[in-house]
Write a protein that binds this ligand. Structure first.
Ligand code: 6GU
Length: 246
């Protein structure tokens, strides 16, 4: 998969050299290309922002540098990339969207600073390819860069060959299937007794059916406690007769 990022802080993406994503890049599974937006600002100060029409606080990112930068990225490939515009006003980034992105050959992220990008940029490229404004949660970041790191980590680990164990993504919280809209329950490893705290006996029993039942109950319990709105939205078809006692 190819991923391009246009930003005024390309150095913000140093973490992409590390760990799982760094390894995926070394192995050629992920091709990340960083671009400095200011390379397409032509005045002496390399200005990328201006005051908002209609007044109000803050600054808005000018359409010209973004247009030239996106044109250059699009010209460097064949079929245009899906364009992801990070903004707290976007649609929620979910595991479902991460899976959709993981199936794309090419993504372009356009993280903004200030109050965001002149809206005509999204309208312009929306006529040529899929352009989505996406939010990573209900809080406001100083810029979209951290949101892009979050999205790339969620997408990158879903690419074939990136996770050591292909099954690790299957039991994830939010993964479509049995765990859809359920949070994963607690996990344990050796030793069986740590400071007088014992690992739940069922996990040492070797009884796979009972262990699966216990894990599902714990997932339901944790979801009820931490995310009651998710539990309320669970598909009744996906519940079994034992779940209904929770
Ligand atoms: Cl994608 N960007 C910014 N600046 N803040 C956010 C966000 C994105 N998602 C949640 N808050």
């Amino acid at each position: 998969m190819r991923v391009d990022i246009i930003s005024i802080f390309p150095e913000y993406f140093a973490p992409l050299d590390v760990s799982l994503i760094g390894k995926a890049r070394e192995r050629g599974i992920l091709d990340v290309r960083l671009h400095q937006l200011r390379d397409w600002a032509h005045d002496v100060h390399r200005t990328v922002d201006d005051t908002p029409y209609g007044g109000g606080p803050g600054m808005v990112m000018k359409p010209d540098p973004w247009g030239e930068a996106i044109d250059a990225v699009l010209a460097s490939g064949e079929a245009p990339p899906r364009i992801v515009v990070p903004t707290p006003s976007g649609v929620p980034f979910t595991q479902r969207l991460a899976m959709e992105y993981a199936a794309e050959p090419w993504l372009l992220f356009t993280p903004a600073r200030y109050e965001g990008i002149d809206s005509r940029v999204m309208a312009e490229y929306g006529t040529r390819t899929r352009v989505e404004e996406v939010s990573v949660g209900d809080y406001v970041l100083a810029g979209g860069e951290a949101a892009v790191l979050v999205m790339i980590e969620a997408v990158g680990r879903l690419l074939p060959g990136v996770l050591g164990n292909a099954c690790s993504a299957v039991d994830d919280s939010f993964a479509p299937g049995a765990m859809e809209n359920l949070l994963e329950g607690p996990v344990y490893t050796k030793p069986p007794d740590w400071r007088g705290r014992e690992v739940p006996e069922i996990l040492l029993s070797g009884h796979h059916g009972k262990i699966a039942r216990w894990r599902r109950d714990e997932a339901l319990r944790r979801t009820a406690r931490n995310r009651p709105e998710l539990l309320a939205a669970l598909d009744p078809e996906g519940l079994d007769k034992h779940d209904l006692k929770i």
